[in-house]
Design a protein around this ligand. Structure first.
Ligand code: FAD
Length: 308
């Protein structure tokens, strides 16, 4: 019940100001967003990759209001890629981007986002890695898929995300399950209306399994973005039935969530990639993490009361 309320708050400027300024917020945020600058995040990348994990890096930020912010987003990713080059991690460190941060919602946004993201994809390819386009709310997806298709003409390894809660996603999965295509399947983290998305957890979980089957039986590279223990077991079974070797799919989880499970899967020989977000504009990302698990909100509120 609380999830939709928190997701609505994640779009409110008033709540953004209130929560971002609360003195007790920072330590709770740090669990999910372990740094504000490239300098902060490099040791985190070293630590995770040193443990046999891989990373996908997200510079937090979305819903920008001016083209200069989109240019700044591009530059922040280019700076990160410059640092990754020194670490020589190749595809063990890739990038995740939200096109809204590259200007997608501004006037002329589709072209603007494509123009801003292309140099990031090029720079990633130069250091032997790639970029995955995150999925945002359903109104942005036709543009995201069109940009994905355009980028794949020159950089076929560019990945994208599909969300199991949307009715459209089974069809998207069939189209995307082609050779050379990298697709991350997640449940979906936005507040979506019943006209486009399943609302009940059991329906979303069932859709996740149906779509995962399509990806596993297809010719692309499935990336399982979930912390759900049942879905992880089912993924392993579907991969086995599809005759996939351990390096023909990967698991992905968010930094700060089920860290022991990251290490367990890596120790079993799986490719395990940790989605690691950093930066100062963390509000939207943080609120989605609170919405996913009511216990996070309770913890957050308790820390406000005890410190306040
Ligand atoms: C690598 C990755 C990338 C993602 N990219 C996108 C994207 O591009 N677009 C998009 O819409 N969504 C994205 N998501 C978020 C996703 O849609 C879900 O909201 C999120 O993963 C929670 O769903 P779940 O599959 O983990 O299952 P759930 O049923 O929500 O959770 C299963 C278990 O995982 C743990 N857990 C899950 N979330 C949390 C949390 N926030 N805090 C603490 N414990 C938690 C709990 O133990 C829970 O019982 C991404 C998720 C991952 C892992």
């Amino acid at each position: 019940m609380l999830g939709p309320v928190i997701l609505a708050a994640s779009r409110s400027d008033r709540m953004r100001r209130l929560i971002s300024a609360a003195p007790v917020t920072k330590p709770v945020v740090d669990r999910f967003i372990p740094g504000e600058t490239v300098g902060d995040i490099v040791p985190v990348i070293r630590d995770l990759t040193g443990k046999g994990l891989e990373v996908t890096m997200d510079v937090v930020g979305e819903d920008i209001t001016a083209p200069e912010q989109a240019t700044a987003a591009r530059d922040a990713y280019l700076e990160l890629i410059g640092r990754l080059k020194e670490l020589e991690l190749g595809e063990r460190a890739e990038m995740s981007v939200k096109l809204s941060m590259f200007g997608q919602a501004l006037p002329g946004g589709h072209e603007l986002a494509l123009a801003n993201v292309r140099p990031v994809v090029e720079a990633a390819a130069e250091i032997g890695t790639t970029v995955t386009l995150d999925a945002e709310d359903h109104t942005t997806l036709d543009s995201m898929f069109a940009i994905h298709e355009e980028l794949r003409k020159d950089f076929p390894q560019t990945g994208c995300v599909i969300q199991a809660y949307l009715f459209r996603t089974e069809d998207d999965a069939r189209r995307l399950a082609a050779a050379g295509s990298r697709v991350r399947l997640v449940k979906g983290a936005y507040k979506e209306p019943a006209s486009v998305a399943y609302q009940q957890k059991h329906e979303i979980d069932k859709a996740y399994v149906r779509i995962l089957k399509v990806l596993m039986e297809g010719e692309g590279y499935p990336m399982i973005g979930s912390h759900d223990p049942r879905l992880i077991t089912i993924s392993q079974e579907l991969a086995r039935r599809a005759g996939r070797k351990l390096d023909e799919y990967e698991f992905q989880m968010l930094y700060g969530i089920r860290g022991d499970e990251h290490l367990r899967l890596a120790a079993e020989g799986h490719r395990m990639r940790v989605y690691t977000a950093y930066g100062t504009d963390w509000y939207g990302y943080f609120m989605r993490r609170l919405a996913e698990k009511p216990a996070n909100l309770q913890f957050f509120l308790r820390s406000m009361v005890s410190k306040g």
